[in-house]
Design a protein around this ligand. Sequence first.
Ligand code: FES
Length: 291
Amino acid sequence: MGFVGGMFKIIDTKRLNSQIVSWEVESGEITRHAKPGQFIVLRIDETGERIPLTIYDMDKTKKTISLIFQEVGKSTHKMGRLTTGDSILDLIGPLGHATDTRNFGSVLCVGGGVGSAPLFPIVRALIESGNDVTVVLGFKTADLIILEDRFKELFTRAGKEPKVFVTTDDGSNGTKGLVTDVMKKLMQTQKFDRGFAIGPLIMMKFAVAVFNSFGVPAIVSLNTVMVDGTGMCGGCRCTVGGQTRFVCVDGPEFEGAQVNFDELLARQNRYHRHEQHAMDLHKEHVCRLDR
Ligand code: FES
């Protein structure tokens, strides 16, 4: 593990679109140890909740990590208001197991929305290992697309033709429809040896079903609610292969075919109601301040 506690300066912030923000954060020793697939848990201040975020990129010379997050709840909206030069209170990591990025042969990597960010370092490592990689990225609309050019750069830097397919739900960019539509088309004409899917639970559930139907083993990366990040609180539990596992210490990656997605989706819906309540209180609070 790198750091536990301390103040960590945000040295760059970028708003990638109306919902998604990227940060480059001073992270000291975390940079030295982090590998693709691993994550950190951060807390912006004493009252902030602990937010797990996968490390999207890092600069070992500057000792910084890059993080991408979507403003979906009270805490992430608060994070979105921090700017370059601000600091966050805690940064713990790297946590979780690193991704197995050996040479599998032909690999299909699927990212959904902000899940494209944790997929990025994995694709980079898979290309570096000599895999024949194809990437499918899915977004709701064109204005929510992130990292498409950066994924393409990974291929061109390696002297390969970019194989990056984008889908949008409304067809405003790329292929209209879901990532699973493009996956099926690709898998009908090419044999893949390994799959990766990272994104919303519902997307991973259906992506895994497609991989299964073509007999391709697939890895998913789970991003559950976390409290302590140490395997003690049980907040991030999930059922994998009929066994209770903890995303923070056993994951975040699991064999997709073994994950009980329905259980995770039911729990996510329960948390969503609480989050909505917190957001409503937060909005009220902001309104009073503005008067
Ligand atoms: S966050 Fe507490 S067990 Fe994983």
